[in-house]
Design a protein around this ligand. Structure first.
Ligand SMILES: *Cc1c(COP(=O)(O)O)cnc(C)c1O
Length: 369
């Protein structure tokens, strides 16, 4: 029996490296609340992401909720439904109304051709997603935001370390949210961060994630609790040392897929836009129809290969939203969600495993023809 192939596999530092990193904690007994590890990681990430301002969080989702609060957004937020539940949930949980716009058929990020027509008196922000690490049309989005005085917050959960024409993805818009969840390219087990343009916000954001405390006897904001603890930060300190090597290995896997799958009719492969240095986080392929995607998903399962219908369904179709939204208004997103399948991709995936996955795709094409 060949071993099953998982969709993802968390990168792990050397066991002893992590033990060494957490050893101090038994002496300091300082386990959370802006500890030594937390502060070191903030510094390391400021360098790595080539950005000015960063705040670490217990996870990416809360980072998104907290920046919405920090900006005191209200009314409507323009966003896309082709994303993880988190993006839409953050908007709704903060009492805002998501206004869904469609995605581009090529890179799956927010369309910008008729974005302007969606802006109303009530619009306070745009929250686009750098889907699979494809960078949004940041120029157009920021131009509109400036014209209408809107905040731009990017969901950059997929985009850790990516650059566009040499500029770090962390520096677009007013703020960006990164997820350091175990399944992401860089992780702290659970964790996340905000990067943001306005340095004056640093104290306020740090205080919001710690109950709004601003001094020993002073609580200025109705904050919550979303702090990154020292064990998470220690994992981050180990993983950041290895992340470039991890991305190099992912790149080889990605290239193997491209080599094996190029020229197969009926599927569309991912591509990396001009000027982008990718982190090779995902390998989404688009089939010709919903039917074939469903068949492929089953076929993979039978062969012990776990793929993921990511993102499916659209967040606008989730049962918790009880048909409040109209998925037909975003036809491209609807179609892509029905035809997309992401294949396993991680640093330790062997070429042999990649070939096994690719053979399944070749097989079904022969059967279907
Ligand atoms: C992972 C992810 C999130 C949420 O991040 P967590 O750290 O798991 O809370 C949000 N948006 C997208 C697009 C994601 O992939």
């Amino acid at each position: 029996m060949t071993k099953p192939i998982q969709i993802t596999s968390s990168s792990m530092p050397d066991f002893n490296e992590y033990i060494k990193e957490i050893k101090d904690l038994w002496e300091s007994k300082w386990l959370t609340n802006q500890g030594e590890k937390h502060n070191q990681l903030e510094k390391r990430l400021t360098d790595y992401l080539d950005t000015k301002n960063i705040a670490l969080f217990s996870n990416g989702h809360l980072a998104l909720e907290y920046i919405i609060e920090t900006f005191q957004l209200s009314g409507e937020v323009i966003t896309t439904p082709f994303t993880f539940a988190s993006t839409t949930h953050a908007i709704v949980r903060k009492g805002l109304t998501p206004i869904f716009t469609d995605i581009n058929p090529d890179d799956y990020t927010m369309q910008t051709d008729n974005l302007e027509s969606l802006i109303t008196e009530k619009t306070s922000a745009i929250i686009p997603v750098h889907v699979y690490g494809n960078i949004c049309n940041v120029k157009k989005i920021e131009q509109l935001a400036k014209k209408y005085n809107l905040k731009v917050i990017y969901d950059a959960a997929h985009a850790f370390g990516i650059t566009l024409n040499g500029e770090s993805v962390a520096n677009f818009g007013d703020a960006s949210m990164f997820s350091f969840h175990a399944t992401k390219v860089f992780h702290t087990i659970e964790g996340g961060a905000l990067t943001f343009k306005d340095s004056n916000l640093k104290n306020r954001i740090d205080s919001y994630k710690n109950f709004g405390i601003t001094g020993p006897e002073s609580v200025e904001f109705i904050g919550g609790n979303a702090k990154m603890n020292e064990f998470q930060a220690a994992m981050g300190l180990c993983n950041i040392r290895n992340v470039d090597r991890e991305i190099e290995k992912r790149k080889l896997v990605y290239a193997r897929y491209i080599e094996k799958l190029s020229g197969i009719a009926g599927i569309r492969l991912p591509y990396i836009s001009k000027g982008v240095v990718s982190n090779y986080a995902y390998f989404p392929i688009l089939f010709n129809s919903f039917k074939i995607r469903e068949e492929m998903y089953q076929e993979f399962l039978e062969q012990g290969i776990n793929t993921r219908k990511y993102f499916y369904p659209l967040t606008s179709q989730l049962e918790c939203y009880q048909s409040q939204f109209t998925p037909n208004h975003t036809p491209v997103a609807l179609q892509v969600s029905q035809q997309i399948l992401t294949l396993p991709l991680y640093a330790d995936l062997s070429f042999e495993q990649v070939d096994r996955i690719c053979n399944v795709i070749e097989g079904i094409k022969v059967k279907g023809s």
